[in-house]
Write a protein that binds this ligand. Structure first.
Ligand code: ADE
Length: 253
C-alpha cells in the first residue's frame, strides 16, 4: 500500500513513521508513506497556504490551490488514490473503516488545519473522517491514528497471533479480555488461576466470558446488535444467559 499525506506540519510524522511496528512496516516496504508539505505547492514566494475566511470570522482557512496542485502532482501517474480529509465533523472513524481503507491500493490523507479547509477541496475527497467528538488543532494526529489502525491490518505487519486475536473479537465489536504476564502474584494481586492451568479450552472459555462481561457492562448496545443479527455462537449465548441471570440475582462479579 502507498499512503500520501498532505500536511503543513510534516515534521510531526517523523517519529511515528520510524519507531515501533509502524517503523518496521515502513522499513520493510509493507507500506510506502510519502509525507508532503503543502507549503511546497504554494503559488507565491512567501509560501502562503492559508487566508482569512470570506464573510469574516475568526481564524484562517487552508487555501485550495496548493492542495489541488499537490494532489495533481502526486496523481500524475499510477492508480487514483482513495482520498480522506481529516475533519472534526466527519464520519467517526472505527475498525470497520480501518478494514475498508486497508484494502485500498493507495490512500491520500489531507490533514485539515486552522479553522478549516476551503470547501472546494472537498471536490477531491472521497471520505471526511473524524477521530472523535472533540476538536484538535489540526488533522495530523487524526491522520496518524487512521494510518496506525490501517497499517497494522496490512498483511505481514503483525505477527499471526496478534492479528488472529484482533480478527476473532474486534470484527464484531466485542471488547477485549484482561491480559496478565509474569509475575503470577504482584503486590498481593493474583493472576486468575485458570490462566496458570495450561488448559487451553478452559482458558478460551474464560476469555470469552470476560470479553462478553465487559462488553455487556460497557457497551450493552453491541450485545443487543449481535443478538439481533444472529452473530453470537450458541456457546456465547449460553455464557450471556449465565451472566444475565447473575446480574438479575444481584450477584454480578
Ligand atoms: N481536526 C481537528 N479535530 C479533529 C478530529 N477530532 N478528527 C479529525 N480531524 C480533526
Amino acid at each position: 500500500m502507498r499512503i500520501d499525506v498532505l500536511t503543513v506540519l510534516p515534521g510531526l510524522f517523523d517519529c511515528f513513521l520510524s519507531e515501533g511496528i509502524i517503523g518496521k512496516a515502513v522499513q520493510s516496504g509493507k507500506v510506502e508513506v510519502n509525507v508532503v508539505n503543502i507549503r511546497d505547492f504554494a503559488l507565491d514566494k512567501h509560501k502562503v497556504v492559508d487566508d482569512v475566511p470570506y464573510g469574516g470570522g475568526p481564524g484562517m482557512v487552508l487555501k485550495p490551490e496548493p492542495i489541488f496542485r499537490a494532489y495533481e502532482e502526486l496523481t500524475k501517474e499510477g492508480e487514483k488514490p482513495y482520498v480522506i480529509l481529516t475533519e472534526p465533523w466527519g464520519e467517526t472513524f472505527n475498525q470497520d473503516m480501518a478494514l475498508e481503507f486497508s484494502k485500498k491500493e493507495r490512500l491520500l490523507i489531507i490533514c485539515g488545519r486552522y479553522e478549516g479547509v476551503d470547501e472546494r477541496v472537498k471536490a477531491l475527497v472521497d471520505r471526511e473522517v473524524s477521530i472523535g467528538d472533540y476538536v484538535l488543532t489540526g488533522g495530523e494526529l487524526p491522520a496518524m491514528v487512521i494510518m496506525d489502525a490501517v497499517i497494522r491490518l496490512l498483511p505481514g505487519v503483525l505477527g499471526n497471533e496478534e492479528s488472529l486475536k484482533a480478527d476473532s473479537f474486534m470484527d464484531r465489536g466485542l471488547l477485549g479480555y484482561p491480559n496478565y504476564t509474569r509475575p503470577a502474584e504482584f503486590r498481593g494481586m493474583k493472576v486468575p488461576e485458570v490462566l496458570l492451568s495450561g488448559h487451553h479450552k478452559k482458558i478460551e472459555l474464560w476469555r470469552k466470558e470476560q470479553s462478553l462481561r465487559k462488553t455487556l457492562k460497557r457497551k450493552p448496545e453491541v450485545i443487543e446488535r449481535l443478538k439481533k443479527e444472529g452473530m453470537l455462537t450458541k456457546e456465547e449465548l449460553r455464557i450471556l444467559e449465565k451472566i444475565e441471570r447473575e446480574m438479575e440475582g444481584g450477584k454480578e462479579s
